[in-house]
Design a protein around this ligand. Structure first.
Ligand code: SF4
Length: 519
């Protein structure tokens, strides 16, 4: 598939011509931007894409139009397609006005749609799938050299993606993949078709990557897999995940360990014990419910039932009393009756989730559920969705109110809330992952992103907590992660930045950031 736009620009590496002209300035490096849609797995893949592009000589665009725009796509939800094609449409005239610009599309939607992307948006230069993220720089080079769009999709992984160079979005915390793919067959989910069967990484490789992150200054890691607690299935150790959690407990300097996502069917007591007995594993759990109705769970091919789900939460809370539990719920799965939906509301009421990611079911071509009869009218789904979110918002606010007066340790993040300029509050996450906006008492030292402050909660809303401490109520612990933040700021501006607590500019991958709500 040829492109009509000529490729008359220099690449990321200095050209031969430039090398032969000693007095001429070297060509500026090409810039890139990675735009991410979808889940944390995609966000982490974007870090790898950025790492590989930087390895190949590209630099991150800093506000200006990037020479290379990479879309890392998601096929899980309908609006992700619309978003991608909408964005590609917006970029077509930008590309026409900027000869030399390149556009690449990777991720789940690329794995699924393949040549359709080039048919719908023939100005795209490279399409690559979920199994060959490492091919991105080569595909861009080839597209430029051959003046022709490149499409390369692999059906299975040849290199575990974590062995690829990675440019991390944060110096104080990092994601570490423990597995990719999924052996389940949930009928609404496109992941098994696109990411393939589960592949587990060796524990030694995972721990070495965590150690390297910690050596670089990170104090928090999140272990990532489509179904983390089936980790070990490939090498025949059913307790591999709990052993991995306990091994994380032995890594000196690692203060916060999280993981996502487990599956209720495979969640075993040894994991709960490991969570409770490993001090750096945080009191937080994301446990996807999807539906509270057993007949809908059956139709979804989710092999647990609501009683088992609630039983897991009881066991977790027995061993970790202050655990904050979050979930995912789909409303309006085909065939969902009012009675089924009521069962979901009942389980939500009993579960007391701290947060819930709620979704309206939308047909995903290629998934078994897309062909089920009894697809629900949009108006019905919308009305149920609103009832569910109203219930969950009430519960979240009630649960957050229980935090009033509690002392919490907050790891400061680089992102501030929307009203931060007005309130002068900084933001961070408590050990149980709640969002906390806090003020620094006058005269007290300001923390840097990655530092830890301990404060008492003074206000609570459904989606965040607030702490406005007195000087005696505020304590700051400067951390290695804060030092790493200082170093990253010094590296990015070329000047030392001792104690640069006020710097709020993160290492950007060009990804949309979630606005934080602040009072
Ligand atoms: S467990 Fe189900 S929802 Fe999760 S990735 Fe696997 S198939 Fe998809």
């Amino acid at each position: 598939m040829s492109l009509t736009i000529p490729s008359s620009f220099s690449g990321a590496q200095p050209s031969e011509e430039a090398g032969s002209l000693p007095h001429e300035a070297a060509p500026r490096p090409r810039t890139y931007q990675v735009r991410t849609f979808g889940c944390q797995m995609n966000v982490h893949d974007s870090e790898r894409m950025a790492g590989m592009l930087e390895d190949a000589g590209y630099v991150a665009a800093d506000g200006e139009q990037a020479d290379v725009v990479v879309f890392n796509t998601c096929a899980v939800r309908e609006n992700a397609d619309n978003k991608l094609y909408g964005n590609l449409g917006i970029l077509a005239p930008v590309k026409a006005a900027n000869p030399g610009m390149q556009i690449a599309v990777g991720g789940c939607l690329a794995q699924k749609d393949r040549e359709t992307i080039l048919k719908k948006a023939p100005w795209v230069d490279a399409v690559f799938g979920t199994h060959n993220v490492g091919a991105l720089p080569a595909l861009l080079d080839r597209a430029r050299h051959n003046n022709e769009a490149q499409l390369e999709i692999l059906e299975s992984l040849d290199v575990f993606p974590s062995t690829l160079p990675t440019k991390r979005d944060s110096v104080y915390s990092g994601w570490v993949s423990i597995s990719v793919g999924c052996n389940n067959t949930c009928t609404f989910c496109i992941v098994p078709a696109l990411r393939g069967k589960e592949k587990d990484r060796r524990p030694g490789d995972i721990l070495a990557e965590i150690q390297a992150l910690v050596d670089d200054g990170a104090i928090e890691v999140t272990l990532l897999g489509q179904n983390v607690n089936s980790y070990g299935v490939e090498f025949g150790d059913r307790q591999a995940f709990s052993k991995l959690l306990r091994a994380c407990g032995d890594i000196e300097g690692l203060e916060r360990v999280r993981f996502t996502s487990p599956h209720p069917a495979a969640f075993t007591d040894d994991v709960i014990d490991a969570m409770a007995e490993t001090p750096n594993v945080m009191p937080q759990l994301h446990m996807p419910l999807q539906s509270g109705s057993d007949s809908i769970l059956r139709a979804m091919k989710r092999s647990y039932r609501s009683t088992k789900f609630l039983g897991i939460l009881d066991k977790v809370r027995e061993k970790i009393p202050h655990a904050a539990i979050s979930t995912d719920i789909i409303v309006g799965f085909p065939g969902e009756t009012e009675e089924d939906f009521q069962a979901t509301l009942d389980v939500v009421e009993q579960s007391r989730f701290a947060t819930a990611f709620t979704f309206q079911y939308s047909k995903r071509p290629g998934t078994p559920a897309a062909d089920l009869p009894d697809q629900l009218p949009k108006a019905v789904v919308q009305e149920r969705f609103e009832r569910l979110t109203a219930l969950q918002d009430r519960i979240a606010a009630e649960e957050n109110r229980k935090q009033l007066g509690r002392r919490v340790e907050v790891m400061v993040t680089a992102q501030s809330g929307r009203k931060a300029e007005e309130t002068h509050r900084l933001s961070g996450r408590s050990q149980d992952q709640r969002l906390v906006h806090f003020s620094v008492p006058e005269g007290a030292p300001a923390p840097r992103p990655g530092d830890l402050v301990t404060v008492t909660i003074t206000e609570a809303a459904a989606f965040h907590l607030v702490a406005d401490p007195t000087p005696g109520d505020y304590s700051l612990r400067r951390s290695r992660a804060g030092d790493a933040w200082d170093r990253s700021q010094a590296d990015s501006c070329g000047a030392p930045a001792p104690g640069a607590g006020a710097g709020r500019k993160g290492v950007s991958l060009g990804m949309p950031s979630l606005p934080l709500r602040t009072p």
